[in-house]
Ligand binder design. Structure first.
Ligand SMILES: C[S@@+](CC[C@H](N)C(=O)[O-])C[C@H]1O[C@@H](n2cnc3c(N)ncnc32)[C@H](O)[C@@H]1O
Length: 151
């Protein structure tokens, strides 16, 4: 499906709220507090990361979801900790982030793995929800999250 020039490969489904406690625990393994959510949806994960102390970026291709996320950040008074951009994350460089989060789909995980091989910081962590990378070894699994170090 196409929105403007964007090819949508991953639909909007949220990370369930009962999993956020696990995510918080895993996020503590990040070497420093800078995070990105690739496809930030309605912002719920990025907003949580910001509440937990991360300087957070959310890339999202759907304009209405970006707007909703920005409003929520203002309502929560954390607009200086979390920034939402209407952008295709495939075009963004990920080398400044210590925690990379994605709730994607099987069909994109191979492409993501290749992108991370060149862009992910050597000490950063990747957390995926439900879907695994095809070749990288999982370091930790909890509640259907997979945590990886760079390989
Ligand atoms: C499964 S949802 C996850 C939403 C949020 N991360 C969460 O866990 O609640 C995936 C989101 O990625 C967005 N998306 C898909 N492809 C994208 C791309 N190339 N760049 C930015 N956002 C994208 C979709 O619009 C959707 O909102």
């Amino acid at each position: 499906m196409k929105i403007g020039t964007y090819e949508i490969q991953v639909p909007f489904v949220t990370t369930s709220s009962d999993k956020l406690k696990t995510l918080k625990k895993l996020s503590e393994l990040a070497p420093s507090p800078t995070a990105v959510d690739l496809g930030s949806g309605d912002g719920r994960v990025a907003l949580e990361l910001a509440k937990w102390g991360f300087d957070t970026t959310g890339y999202e291709i759907k304009k209405d979801l970006v707007e909703r996320s920005k409003i929520r950040a203002l309502e929560m008074g954390i607009e200086d900790k979390v920034f939402f951009f209407e952008k295709d994350f495939w075009n963004e460089n990920l080398s400044s982030f210590s925690l990379i989060y994605i709730y994607g789909m099987n069909s994109i995980m191979g492409r993501l793995e290749k992108k991370l091989e060149t862009e992910m910081k050597s000490d950063a962590i990747l957390i995926t929800n439900i879907f695994k990378l095809p070749h990288w070894k999982v370091k930790k699994t909890e509640n259907n999250f997979y945590l990886y170090y760079k390989q």
